[in-house]
Design a protein around this ligand. Structure first.
Ligand code: NDP
Length: 447
């Protein structure tokens, strides 16, 4: 049986593009379908525009800090439209970069929505194509809770499209997206109330880190309320009226409500039922080689709901291409994946949390902590601390996890992650000479 393509990729996001380019490099005839912008969530509605807005949100603090260093006060206001326009201009440029990358790799791009007709045939608009192997890399979408009034709430997708800055913002959810947007918008000058349904934000992170970020956010001005009952939302002439239940029992008026209550794999209208692919809990079920229950169909990234991070999707895509087209059998390793929350204060982490380590190593773990004021803040006058934590296996002294809250956490943890991935011990950390004066040096001097 001959097919139009060796590989057809559905979805030109981080995972899909990485897989398509790598397979094409091995000589495969590859096509990719995308009905929206190239680059997927990360480039267009996620990491990249978010990070640009994170940078924008830091300036008011910097202007204030500068006075401690002798600078005269700065009177500055945010031009929201200018910021959003700048962000979108950069995204357009990035789309061009992705288009070039696909062209250079000789990957054919289909602009449209691909739908399975059978396990080897796809329909895109009025075209039908066949492929030996098909990779599903369609990503996910934000979901809102099913409660009355949610039709007035927006999701992270729309946060990047707001024509005006909401002066009063309510955020539901204490995950990555809720936390990051609460900090961004607070930094940009909005009045932010965040409602969370647990005592601490960021479930799954180390508890000390969760508490430290939460306190830091509150200190920076985010109003955080722990509420388990769903709010009652009504549209009024003054704005969106939100009645909060539980012990808070109050009514607030806001301009915008952001539902940051999780994401789901985007499998609707994909004709997945024609592909004979098994679905588990709303996500495409795959094995360690990203192979689905249908032999010739594979899936990577958020639509498989493994670890929903861009570098993970890219790695899964490349491992798939190496295995299927490069003759190198390779799986993705899910241990010691570093991740950051671009909150204010920033946080980053790699490896096991203290609770996970205590469970896996029957309490035979040692924990090293440091909390200090960085040199920068000795003059800025800001009451800001850095917190670092190492989780170490008692017997072998192997470092199992590193966690940090404070400026440059992401940049610092990326380097520490290499050591942890290589199996470094506390002795190795101690034997490393510190880089002075830096924040990062504390990781090699902890007692
Ligand atoms: P998360 O699943 O991380 O968090 C969802 C939050 O919403 C949780 O706090 C959850 O509470 C809460 N929640 C869920 N349902 C309800 C409800 N009905 N009412 C009130 N609260 C609710 O999702 P996000 O949307 O924040 O992020 C999605 C994914 O995107 C993440 O898993 C992450 O992988 C990725 N991402 C990564 C980033 C990064 O690397 N910096 C940045 C942004 C996103 P509870 O904990 O109780 O379930």
């Amino acid at each position: 049986m001959t097919y139009d393509y060796d590989l057809f990729v559905i979805g030109a996001g981080s995972g899909g593009i990485a897989a398509a380019r790598r397979a094409a490099q091995y000589g495969a005839k590859v096509a990719i379908a995308e009905f929206k912008d190239l680059g997927g969530t990360c480039v267009n509605r996620g990491c990249i525009p978010k990070k640009m807005m994170v940078y924008a949100s830091h300036f008011p603090d910097l202007f204030e800090d500068a006075q401690g260093f002798g600078w005269s006060p700065v009177q500055s206001t945010l031009d929201w439209k200018k910021m959003i326009t700048g962000v979108h201009k950069e995204l357009e440029r990035l789309n061009g970069v992705y288009q070039n990358m696909l062209d250079k790799a000789s990957v054919e791009l289909f602009r449209g929505y691909a739908k399975f007709l059978d396990p080897h045939t796809l329909e895109i608009g009025d075209r039908k194509v066949t492929a030996d192997k098909i990779l599903i890399a369609v990503g996910g979408y934000p979901v809102k809770p099913d409660i009355p009034g949610m039709e007035y709430a927006i999701t992270s997708d729309e946060m990047f499209l707001l024509e005006e800055q909401p002066k009063r913002l309510l955020i539901m959810g204490g995950g990555y997206i809720g936390v990051e947007f609460a900090c961004i918008m607070n930094g940009l000058g909005s009045d932010v109330t965040q409602i969370i349904r647990n005592d601490l934000i960021l479930r799954g992170f180390d508890d000390d880190i969760r508490a430290e970020i939460q306190q830091g956010m509150q200190k920076h001005g985010v109003r955080m309320l722990m509420i388990t009952d769903p709010p009652i939302i009504e549209k009024t002439a003054e704005g969106l009226k939100v009645t909060l239940g539980g012990k808070h029992n109050e009514t607030i008026i806001v301009d915008t409500i952001l539902a940051a209550t999780g994401r789901k794999p985007k499998l609707k209208n994909l004709g997945i039922e024609n592909a004979g692919v098994e679905i588990n809990n709303g996500a495409i079920a795959v094995d360690q080689y990203s192979q689905t229950s249908q032999e010739n169909i594979f899936a990577v990234g958020d639509c498989t709901d493994r670890m929903n991070l861009t570098p993970v999707a890219i790695n899964e895509g490349r491992a798939f291409a190496d295995t299927q087209f490069g003759g190198k059998s390779r799986t993705m390793a899910y241990d010691n994946i570093p991740t950051a929350v671009f909150s204010t204060p920033e946080a980053a982490t790699v490896g096991l949390t203290e609770a996970q380590a205590r469970e896996q190593y029957a309490e035979a773990v040692k924990v090293y902590r440091a909390k200090f004021k960085p040199t920068y803040h000795s003059l800025s006058g800001r009451d800001e601390r850095i917190m670092m934590k190492l989780v170490v296996e008692e017997d072998t002294e192997k470092v199992l996890g590193a966690h940090m809250v404070g400026e440059q956490a992401a940049e610092i943890i990326q380097g520490v992650a290499i050591a942890i991935k290589m199996g470094a011990t506390k002795k190795d950390f101690d034997a490393t000479v510190g880089l002075h004066p830096s924040i990062a040096e504390e990781f090699v001097t902890m007692r």
